[in-house]
Design a protein around this ligand. Sequence first.
Ligand code: SAM
Length: 225
Amino acid sequence: MGKLYVVATPIGNLSDITFRAIETLKSVDLIICEDTRVTKILLDHYSISKPLFVINAQNETRKIPELINKIRSGLNCAFVSDAGTPSISDPGTRVVNAAIKDGIEVIGIPGPSAVTLALSISGLPTDAFVFEGFLPQKKGRQTKLKELAVEERTIVLYESTYRIEKFLNELNEYFPERQIAVCRELTKKFEEVWRGTASEILSDFSNKVTKGEFVVVIAPINFKM
Ligand code: SAM
């Protein structure tokens, strides 16, 4: 029986990968990924050449049993997502569950994740936090925002480049007094962090080119700087 390694990869800067992640990717028989084009960039950078096996939302029902058979037949496999830690707002959970059910050993190789990086530089309390991933885009969004407005822990959210300005306006409405950290393009060339209330951030934000990937960290309800 082979093993399943769940390997965290960089969230932008290709140097942000552990020695153990590279050793693992070099040693396995097969690498499971979301998109071969994305994973090949990382593998080429580290001169790693391995067979790739694609599992994504479209094919996972069919592909997961195939993968489990491969591991059962003795292949050691590494699972990576396009960026960061698999299973964190990314594929992974269903593969890991299937492996656990089949008695396959699952080994995590830790590394970057946008949620922990943003928290660590937010300056906001990290002793207790709630990670909500992406908010629903339409149905349920306002209900969720109302619910979060009374949350007593620090809140971490992912947001896409297309909705970030709208989201900041929503934060201004639901969390007007709250300290917020908006982290853009972490570890990348155009990395930037805005800290302040939503209205303070918005006044700077609206004048700039604000494309990219975003993590938003919101202070707990009673937090004072
Ligand atoms: N698995 C990843 C992780 O561990 O962070 C998250 C994948 S999720 C599909 C992608 C979202 O994560 C982006 O839309 C953005 O909200 C956040 N993200 C990923 N990389 C980022 C970065 N370098 N800077 C800021 N946010 C990032």
